[in-house]
Design a protein around this ligand. Structure first.
Ligand SMILES: Nc1ncnc2c1ncn2[C@@H]1O[C@H](COP(=O)(O)OP(=O)(O)OP(=O)(O)O)[C@@H](O)[C@H]1O
Ligand SMILES: [Mg+2]
Length: 363
C-alpha cells in the first residue's frame, strides 16, 4: 500500500449532486430508517433568514424550546456576578421575539409545522449536511426537533449549513468559481427514530467495489468485535443487491444502521467520495491507494488499545470559536488569538473605566 500525501481524488459536480438527499431518497426510500419530507426550492426569504446572524425565533412553541425556558436565578444556578442584578434582570425569552421572523415565509412555516406535528419530532438536514455541530444548544444534546422553534434554532446555530450553501462543490474537478452550478437548496425533515450509535457504520466504495467499513461513532464498544463477520456479510449483501446496480456514482461513501438482531440494513445517507467526507478510522490516502483485492472488505473498529485516540466528542471542534480552534494547531494563530484577547481585555477596561452603562450581559 502506498500512502502518498498527494494521492488525488477525482470527483465532479455531478457526483456531488447525486449524493444530495433529494436525489437518492426517491430511489432508496424503502431502505431508509424513516419517512422524510423534502422541501425543494426554499423561498429566498427563508434562506436569508437562515443565513442572518441574529437569532429571532417564532413566538409559538415557547414551552418546547430550550431558549424559551426563562432562566431565573435559583440556588442551583446562582453565580456571584448576578447578585446586583438579581431583582431587575431576568433573562427573558421576549428578548428573542421582537418581531415574527416567519412573516416572510408563512406558507413554508405552516408546512413545516404540519410535518413536525405529523411526525411528532424530526431530524433535519439540508442537501448534504445535518446540523450536528449545533446540538449543544438543544436540551437533549441531539438534533431532535419538536417544533419549528427548535428547528430554526438548530439550523441557525450550525456552521455546517454554510458548507451546503457555499462550499458543496469546492472539491469537484470541474467546479468553475465563475460559473458555479445552479442547484436548489433543500430542507429535509426525517421522522425522528432513536438510534443506537454503536450500530452505525460508514462504508467506502471505490470504482464500484466496497473496500472498507468503519464504525461511525468512535467510542469503544466491546461487543462489536465478535459481530464483525456477520456485519460485513450483511452490509456486503446490501451493497450488492441494493446500491451497486442502482446508484449513479462509481465511488461514494454510504452510511448504514443495523439494529439488533441485524437482519435489516437501513440506509442513513450517501456521501460524496471526497476528503471533506469524514474517513473515520481510515485515512483518505489509505482509501485511495488501497489495493482492490477481489471480495476483500477491510472492517475497522475502535479497539480497547486505540480507544483513547478517538475519545473526543464528535463535532466538538465546532462548539468553540474558530479563532480558538486555529490557535490550538498553529503558533502564528496562537499569537493572533492572544493579541485579540489582549485587545478585547483593553477595550473592556476602557469601557468600564469610562463608566459605561454596562448591563452585565455576555455579548
Ligand atoms: N431519522 C432519524 N432520526 C434520528 N436520528 C437520525 C435520523 N437520521 C439520521 N439520524 C442521526 O443523525 C446523524 C447524522 O445524520 P446524517 O448522516 O444524515 O448527517 P450528515 O451531515 O450527512 O453527517 P456526515 O457529515 O457525517 O456525513 C446520523 O449519524 C444518525 O445518528
Ligand atoms: Mg452525510
Amino acid at each position: 500500500m502506498v500512502d502518498s500525501p498527494f494521492a488525488e481524488i477525482s470527483i465532479n459536480v455531478e457526483d456531488i449532486l447525486h449524493c444530495s438527499y433529494s436525489h437518492w431518497y426517491p430511489k432508496f426510500e424503502k431502505y431508509t430508517l424513516s419517512e422524510a419530507v423534502i422541501y425543494k426550492s426554499l423561498p429566498k426569504s427563508f434562506v436569508e433568514y437562515l443565513e442572518s446572524d441574529d437569532i429571532e425565533l417564532p413566538k409559538e412553541n415557547k414551552k418546547d424550546s430550550v431558549i424559551f425556558q426563562d432562566a431565573k436565578p435559583t440556588s442551583d444556578n446562582e453565580y456571584s456576578d448576578w447578585e446586583d442584578d438579581r431583582n431587575e434582570e431576568i433573562i427573558s425569552a421576549d428578548k428573542f421575539t421582537k418581531s415574527d421572523p416567519t412573516k416572510n415565509f408563512k406558507e413554508l412555516h405552516e408546512q413545516l409545522k404540519e410535518t413536525i406535528n405529523r411526525f411528532g419530532s424530526v431530524a433535519p438536514k439540508l442537501n448534504w449536511s445535518a446540523p450536528q455541530d449545533s446540538t449543544w444548544i438543544m436540551t437533549g444534546r441531539n438534533m431532535r426537533c419538536y417544533s419549528t422553534t427548535d428547528l430554526f434554532l438548530l439550523l441557525k446555530s450550525s456552521d455546517y449549513l454554510n458548507h451546503d450553501i457555499y462550499h458543496a462543490f469546492d472539491e469537484a474537478k470541474d467546479y468553475d468559481k465563475n460559473n458555479p452550478p445552479i442547484f436548489d437548496l433543500n430542507l429535509i425533515l426525517r421522522k425522528w427514530v432513536d438510534i443506537n450509535p454503536s450500530m452505525e457504520f460508514r462504508c467506502f466504495v471505490r470504482d464500484r467495489q466496497l473496500i472498507a467499513i468503519s464504525q461511525r461513532d468512535l467510542n469503544y464498544y466491546s461487543f462489536l468485535d465478535e459481530l464483525k463477520d456477520e456485519l460485513t456479510e450483511k452490509i456486503g449483501i446490501f451493497f450488492d443487491d441494493v446500491l451497486m446496480g442502482n446508484f449513479d456514482c462509481n465511488s461514494f461513501v454510504f452510511d448504514v444502521y443495523l439494529p439488533k438482531p441485524f437482519n435489516e440494513v437501513y440506509l442513513i445517507d450517501i456521501n460524496p467520495y471526497q476528503r471533506s467526507t469524514e474517513s473515520l478510522l481510515f485515512t483518505w490516502n489509505e482509501l485511495i491507494t488501497m489495493d482492490l483485492m477481489e471480495e476483500y472488505v477491510e472492517f475497522r473498529l475502535v479497539t480497547q488499545h486505540n480507544s483513547g485516540r478517538f475519545a473526543t466528542k464528535a463535532h466538538s471542534q465546532n462548539h468553540v470559536p474558530r479563532d480558538f480552534l486555529d490557535a490550538s494547531v498553529d503558533t502564528q494563530s496562537m499569537v493572533d488569538f492572544l493579541k485579540k484577547c489582549k485587545e478585547l481585555e483593553l477595550n473592556e477596561r476602557d469601557t468600564s473605566d469610562s463608566g459605561s452603562d454596562d448591563d452585565g450581559d455576555i455579548k
